[in-house]
Design a protein around this ligand. Structure first.
Ligand code: AQP
Length: 334
């Protein structure tokens, strides 16, 4: 039996087209090919940067509705919220104790997100959250973790922690494998192709939000930066246009060489017009479904409660085994 686990943070302006291309659409596909899929709104990760209680609660509902509207089927996948399953934090503590300061300090996401801040004022959660992420996956003893390219380093740490735990305490966890797509695994910002598209950049023009109104999606694409010259070409010398081509390829299913052949000599305006049409064609039905879901909070809560029950049924036995292996008393749990 193969088990898949992945998560999304309910942060910032909400999921963007990069999250969809790099992660969600693969999660949906995996429902057809894998035995069990666990998809989690990782609300505790959203506390690694300053947060407001109302926007966190709102972000959780919005993210859950987004996942269902993109095609995650709660009948076929376990869809739940991280903080509903306390085993994540319990295992995280053990993994934090097995993590090394040096390896956590090398995480580029920590370096990026803490840049510019005073060490004195950066929350310690930002430093240790890769160990919580390892706990998220290992709690379910998952085999495969579909993520975008930005999570590659965290996945390596997760594998190291699983191996370290198994060596010290006996074979307990499968060593999870990252599933990273060859195309679209790192969608870049529309206003700066050297920077990853991100929920919390604070620059609305940088990301196509999945919930952005469609006229502003078109406007953002029309204003996206391009490379000097006017050739539609793909490669490292054309980072901005390559990023637009990556998005177009992902949403249409065409390959980038096919797109280049079709759009060559037609200038950037045509590329942007085609891209806007293709992105709107994906977002329009998604947003209609999303509006129905977000308008029914009782149904969403029910889905998430049921998901938490199913997740706990797997997480509980893992933690009971872990407690025994590491030498913690487990009598109270029996
Ligand atoms: N730009 C991206 N291109 C492709 N995949 C991406 N992912 C994120 N950004 C891109 C993938 O989406 C999944 C969920 O991401 P996350 O919520 O865990 O957080 P993140 O990776 O830190 O993404 P963001 O959007 O940049 O959020 P903030 O700004 O809150 O940090 C992951 O599988 C991720 O790889």
């Amino acid at each position: 039996m193969t088990r898949v686990f992945s998560g999304v943070q309910p942060t910032g302006e909400g999921p963007h087209i990069g999250n969809y291309i790099g992660a969600f659409r693969r999660w949906v596909e995996l429902q057809d090919t894998q035995d069990e899929c666990f998809y989690c709104v990782v609300d505790l990760h959203a506390m690694t940067v300053p947060w407001e209680p109302e926007s966190l609660a709102e972000g959780v509902r919005r993210t859950a509705a987004t996942l269902i509207a993109t095609g995650i089927d709660p009948e076929r996948s376990v869809l739940f919220v991280q903080s509903d399953v306390p085993e994540h934090t319990e295992l995280a503590w053990i993994l934090i104790c097995l993590s090394r300061m040096g390896e956590l300090g090398r995480m580029t996401q920590f370096k990026d997100k803490s840049r510019g801040g005073e060490a004195e004022s950066i929350g310690a959660g930002l430093f240790v959250y890769p160990s919580l992420m390892a706990a998220d996956v290992l709690t379910y003893r998952a085999d495969r973790v579909p993520v975008g390219d930005d999570q590659r380093q965290h996945l390596e740490l997760m594998r190291d922690l699983a191996i370290r735990f198994n060596r010290k305490f006996g074979e307990t966890f499968p060593v999870p494998e990252a599933v990273i797509g060859r195309q679209g695994a790192r969608i870049m910002s529309l206003d700066d192709p050297t920077e990853k598209m991100s929920k919390s950049s604070g620059r609305p023009a940088s990301a196509i939000g999945m919930l952005d109104d469609l006229p502003s999606v078109r406007k953002k694409i029309a204003r996206a930066v391009t490379d000097s010259g006017s050739t539609v070409a793909y490669g490292p010398e054309h980072p901005a246009v390559s990023n637009l081509l990556d998005i177009l390829a992902a949403v249409t299913g065409e390959s980038t060489p096919e797109l280049v052949a079709r759009l060559e000599g037609q200038g950037y305006a045509r590329l942007k017009a085609d891209l806007a049409d293709a992105v709107v064609a994906v977002l329009e039905p998604f947003q209609t479904r999303y509006a129905e879901l977000i308008g029914d909070p009782a149904m969403l809560d029910k889905v998430l409660d049921e998901g938490a029950d199913k997740a706990r049924a797997v997480a509980g036995p893992t933690m009971a085994l872990v407690r025994e292996r590491v030498g913690l008393r487990s009598g109270v749990l029996r």
